[in-house]
Design a protein around this ligand. Structure first.
Ligand code: URA
Length: 230
């Protein structure tokens, strides 16, 4: 048994306070009967809850993609900085989603969120080696020796050894970098170790997912096919 307001919120009906208003307005039925009491206990396995006549399914697995703008830290809360959670619509926040991995405050681009703990751990596990593609603007110009050093697996200035990665020079001061791990400030540190400090960084792909034309600061739900592909 669980509280009706929690069930509604987990089903994406809104935050707890929004759900209270929906109940008050008589928009929720339990087994066909209007229910206004948010503390009412229900059994999601045997009872049918509807919002405006539509059946709700309880805790759905949510995976969403944000095009992160610079200036937000990847954290669920922070006493000083703005967090990526502030960019999510309240319904998503109410469904207990968390960021998958992290992007630095200054980094922009593709950041996933999910409320599925197992999926989250699978996606950030170093064993999974999900390739992530970054576009970087940087000082200097990537040369063949840099491409070879990335491919061999770089050793950073603090002796950290990186897995083999792909460096594709796009033009003067512009490169595409593909890495399969997520060490702290990884791309910035890799580029700095080759004398090419990064001035701008954007994640464009993660596994089979692409940022595409999702506007900066916007969020979209992944399709069931995209979630399968993860
Ligand atoms: N590498 C970095 O240096 N920063 C990021 O935000 C992501 C990868």
């Amino acid at each position: 048994m669980e509280r009706l307001d929690k069930f509604l919120s987990d089903s994406g009906a809104g935050t707890r306070s929004q759900v209270k208003l929906l109940l008050k307005a008589g928009r929720v039925t339990v087994d066909g009967r209007t229910e206004k009491d948010n503390s009412r206990k229900i059994d999601p396995d045997t009872q049918t809850v509807c919002l405006d006549g539509e059946v709700l399914g309880g805790k759905r697995r949510i995976v969403a993609m944000l095009n992160k703008p610079a200036g937000f830290v990847t954290a669920t809360e922070d006493s000083v900085e703005k967090t990526v959670m502030e960019l999510l619509p309240p319904q998503l926040r109410a469904m207990d989603v968390k960021p998958v991995g992290r992007l630095d405050k200054a980094t922009e681009g593709l950041l996933l969120f999910t409320n599925d703990g197992d999926l989250l751990h699978r996606l950030i596990s170093p064993k999974k080696e999900v390739p992530k593609v970054y576009y970087a603007r940087h000082e200097g110009q990537a040369a063949d020796a840099d491409v070879a050093a990335f491919a061999a697996g770089l050793t950073l200035r603090d002796e950290t050894v990186c897995l083999p990665a792909k460096l594709e020079p796009l033009g003067p001061g512009e490169s595409c970098i593909t890495v399969c791990e997520g060490k702290y400030h990884q791309v910035r540190r890799m580029m700095a170790s080759r004398g090419m400090p990064v001035t701008y960084l954007e994640r464009r792909k993660e596994g089979n997912l692409e940022l595409g034309n999702l506007p900066r600061g916007a969020v979209r739900m992944l399709t069931p096919e995209e979630i399968e592909g993860l």
